[in-house]
Write a protein that binds this ligand. Structure first.
Ligand SMILES: [Zn+2]
Length: 412
């Protein structure tokens, strides 16, 4: 049996999905539970129904589209990704794994394959943290990594809680019903663009992910003393922004000091209060993101950052406090799935290399409830989260073909 992915059909569907956007093409903005998101979901559900998959949605909007196997009680195999997009993003992040997963299932069916285990296509709600401030919302909930109290606790910028927002969007079931049984799936495989430059640079077709980095994010709040920019003498100042600037440089040196390219630290947000040209900043808030595939090494960076906070606070006479937004452990991909991906590549004559995922994905959380693997395809210039994000039809087709073969193998 050779599953033949239909490149035109897949490209057409990616084109159509990209039209569900709050910004004109080529930019894509699709925030969870907006009308645009709901119309995109309706489109995906219509494709799933056309493919004769049975669709179920949980209380947070995670979608499961099932191709029932000949042994429907055996733990199933799953694939999938997300379709939400941060503001001013591109059209391939996540969507390639959802529509590519659907195409892989259709290709298997059209090749006459009969799966013993059921195969599910999954759509995870809000992989991006845009609305509720936390990434992988759907997969955190279904893996039990976040409990139902998140429904009231998490609020969007519009002041609506997650519970309000999901009810508005028509997802009324209790969040307590979202977690999956530990034996629901025997394997999960996610197809995704690399979002980095390594595959393209190496001219390699497929990246076989061996580990997913452990993300952590913190909010660091520095409180100093404000005052008139003309009147407060330099020697009397406790400038919150300058202290925060030192801490930001401390994040950089803490990450560099790890000695590994796999350690990264970023200060992506700096809010200065009151934010006037003639006012000494009295408060500054930083958002800090630190990642590594090695948990001990990541936590050592976090410790160096807190030491920098303490040192700056005492030297500059400011108050510094850090709030942890999330600190997730890394995950190792399942060796049997890694091998299945490599064998599928070899059988089709695709070049491949092992690599880690520096970005995190729903796979990080799926790995807590099922053995997990990830298939990466190259994207142009390694660019992602911007309108010129691009993966070629050939690359997408190769990824979906490998996925089909891996799903066949795992569901037999
Ligand atoms: Zn993604």
């Amino acid at each position: 049996m050779t599953a033949r992915v239909d490149p035109q059909r897949l490209a057409r569907e990616l084109d159509t999905l990209a039209t569900f956007s709050d910004e004109p093409a080529p930019a894509v903005t699709r925030i969870v539970f907006t009308d645009t998101d709901l119309r995109a979901r309706a489109y995906l559900k219509s494709l799933c129904r056309d493919a004769a998959l049975s669709v179920r949605e949980d209380g947070v909007g995670n979608l499961y589209a099932r191709w029932t196997g000949t042994d429907p009680h055996a733990p199933a195999v799953a694939t999938g990704s997300h379709i939400d997009a941060i503001p001013h993003a591109g059209r391939f992040d996540g969507t390639v794994g959802v529509l590519g997963g659907l195409e892989a299932i259709r290709a298997l069916r059209e090749a006459g394959f009969r799966a013993r285990r059921s195969i599910d296509l999954m759509l995870f709600t809000s992989e991006e943290p845009t609305r509720f401030g936390i990434g992988c919302l759907g997969s955190r909930l279904l893996s039990g990594s976040l409990d139902e109290s998140a429904g009231e606790r998490l609020t969007g910028g519009d002041g609506r809680s997650l519970n309000d927002a999901r009810a508005d969007a028509g997802f009324g079931d209790s969040l307590a019903l979202v977690p999956l049984a530990s034996d629901a799936y025997c394997a999960f495989v996610e197809l995704h663009i690399e979002q980095g430059p390594l595959l393209e640079r190496a001219g390699v077709d497929i990246g076989v992910v061996t580990a997913i980095a452990a993300p952590s994010s913190q909010r660091i709040i520095v409180e100093g003393e404000g005052g008139h920019a003309g009147a407060v003498l330099m020697r009397d100042r406790h400038d919150a922004f300058l202290a925060a600037a030192e801490i930001a440089l401390g994040v950089e040196s803490a990450a560099r000091a790890s000695g590994s390219d796999d350690t990264v630290g970023t200060v992506g947000v700096c809010e200065v209060f009151p934010g006037a040209v003639n006012s000494v900043p009295s408060r500054t808030t930083l958002a800090v993101d630190i990642r590594d595939v090695d948990l001990a090494r990541r936590d050592a960076v976090l410790e160096r950052v807190s030491a920098a906070c303490r040192e700056t606070a005492s030297r500059r006479g400011v108050n510094v406090r850090a709030e942890t937004i999330n600190a997730d452990p890394p995950t190792r991909c399942e060796p049997a799935i890694i091998e299945a991906i490599e064998q599928a590549c070899d059988a089709r004559g695709f070049t491949h290399q092992r690599m880690i995922s520096r970005a995190y994905h729903d796979s990080l959380f799926m790995s807590r409830v099922a053995p997990t693997g990830m298939i990466f395809i190259p994207c142009r210039g390694g660019l992602s989260h911007r309108p010129d994000e691009y993966a070629s039809p050939e690359a997408i087709t190769r990824g979906a073909s490998v996925l089909a073969d891996v799903l066949a193998r795992l569901s037999t």
